[in-house]
Write a protein that binds this ligand. Structure first.
Ligand SMILES: Nc1ncnc2c1ncn2[C@@H]1O[C@H](COP(=O)(O)OP(=O)(O)O)[C@@H](O)[C@H]1O
Ligand SMILES: [Mg+2]
Length: 319
């Protein structure tokens, strides 16, 4: 069976509130999949169900051919890592990483702990306490602690959202490297599209407890299926097509400023390094545009013409 983690018609609820409805998702062994979507769309709920912390109302979950739907969390061989590192403050790094292995009286404990610390580049800090580490290092310890249990699936719920921008990028690279090295199947939750793009083999875009689109980063970037997906992935200008249930969508970089059939007034300008970002008010609404920073500079309040080139638009279903 090529589907290593298989979610079938999964419905999840808190009391009478349905949080995820009839979800279907098949993930291959060694794949890194990102669950992406706005707050409240059901990402954490899905992770909790995979981990066994929430019993489904309906549907099933199989891992490596075994139905785990009703299995206790500890028996699933699933690792779970949240944004708070939750290291034990009174234990050394070594003992933090060893914790789960001790519980299961693993005969290879020492070798596994050392290999785990090695994998995340912290072997020489084995005797340190968590308080003596940076946030990024603590995060890596939490990763090692999950990895040494050799989970079949590693679940990461917004693991980078507490880190500053630079550390986040470092950890992103680290996660990719660890994934390559260990081949562990990873499901990664984020509400940040660039994080999902940068990390995942496939992106599962969720909306209101259901899957909106499953695609590779390249596919979803260039061909979002719906207006919701387009909007979430940075197509800032979306115009309905008359008489159809579809719309045209443009990224800010696809809009041309300075010439064209539309007229508007510059309401915002932001210098963004290589590009300059504009907000233009017009009869069709607020249009976001970005232009090379070296191009003509328009000022706030200035009238300006612009073009929405048809050949730069994507066609999406209204949703
Ligand atoms: N413990 C809970 N009790 C009741 N409703 C909850 C609980 N946790 C989450 N929800 C609801 O379930 C939905 C999905 O939440 P969640 O999975 O946490 O979203 P996400 O992780 O995508 O932000 C939301 O509407 C949220 O309000
Ligand atoms: Mg969440």
């Amino acid at each position: 069976m090529s589907d290593f983690l298989n979610i079938s018609d999964l419905t999840l609820a808190y009391g009478r509130t349905v949080a995820v409805e009839k979800m279907n998702l098949a993930i291959a062994k060694g794949e890194l999949v990102a669950l992406l979507g706005p707050s409240g769309c059901g990402k954490t709920t899905t992770m909790r169900a995979i981990a066994g912390l929430l019993t489904p109302v309906a549907g099933s979950i199989t891992i490596d051919g075994r139905d785990v739907t009703r299995l206790a969390p500890a028996k699933r061989e699933v690792g779970l890592m949240f944004q708070s590192y939750a290291l034990f403050p009174h234990l050394t790094l070594y003992d933090n990483v060893a914790f789960g292995l001790r519980l299961r009286r693993d005969p290879d404990l020492d070798a596994k702990v050392r290999a785990g610390l090695e994998t995340v580049g912290l072997a020489k800090f084995a005797t340190r306490m968590p308080a003596d580490l940076s946030g990024g290092q603590q995060q890596r310890v939490a990763l090692a602690r999950s990895l040494v249990m050799q989970p079949k699936v590693l679940l990461l719920d917004e693991p980078l959202s507490n880190l500053d921008a630079r550390l986040r990028l470092e950890m992103r690279v680290e996660l990719q490297r660890v994934q390559q090295e260990t081949g562990v199947t990873m499901v990664f939750v984020t509400h940040d599209q660039s994080e999902a793009m940068g990390l995942a083999d496939r992106i599962v875009l969720m909306r209101g407890g259901a899957i909106e689109q499953i695609a590779t980063p390249e596919e979803i970037y260039s061909a979002p299926r719906t207006t919701f997906a387009a909007d979430f992935l940075g197509f800032e200008t979306i115009l309905p097509i008359e008489g159809e249930n579809r719309s045209m969508a443009w990224r800010p970089s696809a809009v041309v400023l300075g010439e064209g059939p539309h007229e508007g007034t510059v309401r915002g300008v932001a210098f963004a390094g290589e590009r300059r970002e504009y907000v233009v008010e017009s009869a069709i609404g607020m249009v976001k545009v970005d232009m090379p920073a070296s191009d003509t500079v328009y000022r706030i309040g200035q009238p300006v013409r612009f073009d929405l080139p048809k050949d730069r638009a994507v066609i999406v279903e209204n949703s």
